[in-house]
Design a binder for this molecule. Structure first.
Ligand code: ZN
Length: 174
């Protein structure tokens, strides 16, 4: 699966549009999830949301330290702690840059599993962070939206510069 990265109009629109709810977990959804499992490993990610691979659907998967955590269909965060923490986040859709993001330390998330069961999960620490990052994706947000305006601009400028020098390197190789 090809990763959708910010920077082109088409990709930006995909990543900045709230995703559609999954009304039926059919074979197409199961195939998408199977492909996402391959992609997250290929790209060495800890989480991956459907809009990052070109599907505007409320689906994401989470791995933590190489261990599979779960498939989250129609996830919604129903509770967040007042206590927050800061952590250096990155994103497969904004490769090569990282920035400190403040988020609630603990959450409760309601979702469906791939076999359609409704579940609620309590999470803290890194797991809570990944679930919040991926839930942002299906709501049409990327982590840089959570930075101050100034920090957001700095981060995206840094990303644009990196993309540019990468393109230059590729041209030189030819
Ligand atoms: Zn991301």
């Amino acid at each position: 699966m090809k990763m959708v990265t910010i920077g082109t109009k088409e990709n930006d629109a995909m990543l900045r549009t709230p995703c559609k709810e999954v009304t039926e977990i059919n074979d197409d959804i199961k195939q998408l999830v199977a492909d996402m499992h391959v992609a997250v490993k290929d790209y060495d990610g800890i989480g991956l949301a459907a809009p990052q691979v070109g599907y505007s659907l409320r689906v994401f998967i989470v791995y933590l330290k190489g261990e599979f955590v779960g498939e989250f269909i129609n996830a919604e965060i129903i509770e967040t702690s007042e206590e927050t923490n800061s952590f250096r986040e990155g994103c497969l859709s904004i490769p090569g840059v990282f920035e400190d993001v403040i988020r609630p330390e603990r959450i409760r998330v309601q979702y469906q599993t791939l076999d359609g069961k409704r579940k609620v999960m309590s999470a803290s620490g890194l797991l809570a962070r990944v679930i919040q990052h991926e839930t942002d994706h299906i709501n049409g947000h990327v982590y840089t939206d959570r930075l101050s305006k100034e920090k957001e601009k700095q981060t995206l400028d840094r990303y644009a510069r990196k993309q540019k020098s990468k393109r230059k390197l590729l041209r030189k190789k030819r």
